[in-house]
Ligand binder design. Structure first.
Ligand SMILES: *Cc1c(COP(=O)(O)O)cnc(C)c1O
Length: 378
């Protein structure tokens, strides 16, 4: 089955008990047991809840994995998976990683003795150069946030295997609709499901997906021990959101392509970052590993004042943290996603005050362009 069909026929399209065409919300924390010696499939909902399980199996299916895990946020998923590592371990992380991931690595996990080297992973040799005897994993985002840099996933996974490392990929921007890292040899896929997967700006959630059975058991144990699980109401909302993933991704990508092309022609826009533009340095690599450039782009304006004007005066794009909603969302990385990063680190990564990130929603693109034109060119 193709991904568009899998989204609808994930194995949970019919409730086995009532034949309902929607998974019920099992608003329950504990389950009665019949035998003292052998408990049923469900005992306590931190360990397993049928609604969450339906969502976990759905995301595993979409990412071509064997096991999926739903967490209370993207950061809960990422932090829980990072608990696979121990004091003395070292990780190689792409340099313009999501600000929250940067923060948890440099403040919390560093305190627990887990070392990190941030490198520009668009050049694979930089990864090789950073490998130490105690390196355990590579953590990637492609396209990265906010500069949409592209890393060769199959190449990185191969290199990781040669050095006995795990490859972790935050696939939030692409979703399994456009890109499936496990099929390219990566080991763990992570998501902020808050963004495109849920897609309606009304749930905070996260995922981890793996193929390897042993790794699956370890993450299951962490999920159950650490306990940052997603509740049944939110699980149901995400199950519902995912049903329209294909049409949302296709439509918002169409809008993003039109907006990126238009921005590239504007005098007051000095640089556009979007892997759908032929001039993007990662265009060719991205095209080999994904079926589309997605719906997020960023761009630099001629002045910081113009950037601020656009952020505050856009009528259609909500000035907000986050992305991947049905509505366009415009954000300011220096004050939002990357506020947790020291200014010098930010500047070194090209996250400057003239940079704006736009997640294109489902509005009519002609209206979006008119709105952007009014803010940028007047
Ligand atoms: C939002 C985001 C996260 C964090 O997810 P939350 O659901 O906000 O905890 C992680 N990675 C990327 C790429 C994100 O955009």
């Amino acid at each position: 089955m193709k991904i568009g069909t899998k989204i609808i026929h994930s194995g949970h399209e019919i409730d086995p008990y009532t034949k309902g065409l929607s998974v019920p919300i099992y608003q329950v924390s504990t389950f009665a047991q019949e035998s003292v010696d052998q408990f049923g499939k469900y005992d306590y909902a931190r360990s397993g809840n049928p609604t969450r399980e339906a969502l976990e199996e759905t995301i595993a299916e979409l990412e071509s994995g064997n096991r999926g895990f739903a967490f209370a946020s993207g950061m809960a998923a990422i932090s829980s998976v990072l608990l696979l590592f121990s004091p003395g371990d070292h990780l190689i992380v792409c340099e313009d990683v999501y600000g929250g991931t940067y923060r948890v690595l440099t403040t919390l996990f560093s305190r627990l003795g887990i070392g990190v080297t941030f490198v520009d992973t668009t050049t694979l040799a930089n990864i090789t150069g950073a490998v130490r005897p105690n390196t355990k994993a590579i953590f990637l985002e492609t396209p990265s946030n906010p500069l949409l840099k592209i890393t060769d996933l199959a190449g990185a996974a191969l290199l990781a295997k040669e050095h006995g490392l795990l490859t972790l990929v935050d696939n939030t921007f692409m979703t399994p609709y456009f890109q499936r890292p496990l099929e390219l040899g990566c080991d763990i896929v992570l998501h902020s499901g808050t963004k495109f997967l849920n897609g309606h700006s009304d749930v905070i959630c996260g995922f981890a997906v793996v193929r390897d059975e042993e790794l699956g058991k370890r993450i299951k144990s962490i999920q159950n021990s650490f306990g940052a699980v997603l509740g049944p109401q939110d699980s149901w909302l995400v199950l519902r959101g995912v049903k329209t993933l294909k049409v949302r991704m296709e439509e918002s990508q169409k809008g993003a392509m039109a907006v990126a092309s238009w921005l590239a022609e504007q005098k007051r826009v000095t640089e556009v970052f979007y892997p759908g533009l032929v001039g993007h340095p990662g265009y060719a690599v991205h095209a080999t590993q994904s079926t589309g450039p997605g719906a997020v782009l960023s761009f630099r304006l001629a002045s910081v004042e113009l950037a601020r004007k656009l952020l505050e005066q856009s009528k259609l794009a909500a000035f907000a943290v986050s992305l991947g909603g049905v509505e366009s969302i415009i954000s300011y990385p220096v004050k939002m996603s990357h506020a947790a990063m020291p200014p010098a680190e930010r500047a070194a990564r090209g996250v400057t005050e003239d940079l704006v990130r736009l997640s294109v929603g489902l509005e009519d693109v002609a209206d979006l362009l008119e709105d952007l034109d009014a803010c940028i060119n007047n």
